[in-house]
Write a protein that binds this ligand. Structure first.
Ligand code: NAD
Length: 263
């Protein structure tokens, strides 16, 4: 960290009531987070791999030594795992919004939760939490209906299906009394639907913030549940709510629903 960066981190420490480290600070979510944090009077220290005046990831440990209230991460899985491991070492509470982790990366994050407070959510919007409840209720009430899930995101998104889509599929599994239904990703050629499958469809286009639609179809009626994020602000606000809630919590694994039910 340069002297200027160290000074700005220290200034934040004395002037702000809460202080967060934001990784992926130059990304779409990182920028939104910093804007919403500033509006709320939350101090942020930026960490980015790009040379734009932010702290470089290899200097993160010095920043964590200043004991920020939380680190908020919206990056890519490989970087996120490194940041979370650094937080476990320094005991810094960490909010993870990054999606697309493989099983090994998930296990590393779970281990980190034994040493620091970890709040991880594939979606920090309140509407999606409500959608999850509605999905569970619909699956229970409409057991024989066909289910198809469609998600749409901007053309830069790396992982597919989205973390939120996987979360919705998990909610369907949990609410289904029988065994897990097969997922069919897209359709092509002669490929008729089987009774128990869930069709999953992914679209990538433009700058779409995030849309998820669940279709429940019986033979004579259709129910659709749709969530549409109109701006990234909704995710940034939720992640900052999470950071405020998580700050000072003991080591452990925390869910976004706990933030919403305990605030
Ligand atoms: P983005 O591409 O705009 O930003 C990614 C950031 O990560 C950039 O700052 C980039 O410099 C940084 N980065 C990329 N590779 C890196 C590396 N190897 N090391 C260090 N930094 C690296 O993406 P985005 O739209 O801001 O989304 C970021 C993540 O957040 C994605 O996984 C996305 O799915 C997820 N997301 C989650 C939510 C939620 O509510 N949980 C909402 C929106 C996006």
């Amino acid at each position: 960290m340069t002297n200027d960066e160290m000074r700005s981190a220290n200034e934040i420490a004395t002037e702000e009531t809460m202080r967060c480290v934001v990784t992926g600070a130059t990304g779409a979510m990182g920028q939104e987070l910093r804007t919403v944090a500033q509006e709320r009077g939350i101090g942020t220290a930026a960490v980015s791999r790009t040379a734009d005046g932010a702290t470089r990831p290899d200097e993160l440990s010095e920043l964590l030594d200043t004991q920020p209230d939380a680190l908020i991460d919206f990056t890519v899985p490989e970087a996120s795992v490194e940041y979370v491991t650094a937080c476990a070492e320094s005991g810094t509470p960490v909010v993870i919004g990054t999606t697309g982790f493989d099983d090994e990366q998930q296990a590393t994050i779970r281990e980190a939760a034994e040493r620091t407070a970890v709040l991880k959510a594939a979606n920090f919007s309140r509407g999606i939490q409500t959608l999850l409840s509605l999905v569970r209720e619909s699956v229970s009430s409409l057991p024989a209906y066909d289910i198809e899930l469609t998600e749409t995101h901007h053309n830069r998104k790396r992982d597919a299906p989205s973390g939120t889509a996987n979360m919705l599929l998990g909610a369907i599994d949990a609410a289904t009394q029988s065994e897990t239904r097969d997922r069919v990703y897209g359709r092509e050629g002669i490929d008729p639907r089987s009774e128990d499958e869930i069709g999953v469809h992914v679209r990538r286009a433009g700058n779409i913030r995030g849309e998820h639609e669940l279709l429940f179809a019986g033979n004579d009626e259709i129910l659709t549940l749709t969530h549409r994020a109109e701006s990234r602000r909704v995710f940034a606000a939720g992640a900052l709510d999470g950071a405020e809630w998580l700050s000072g919590k003991e080591a452990g694994w925390y869910e976004f629903t706990e933030v919403l039910t305990n605030e």
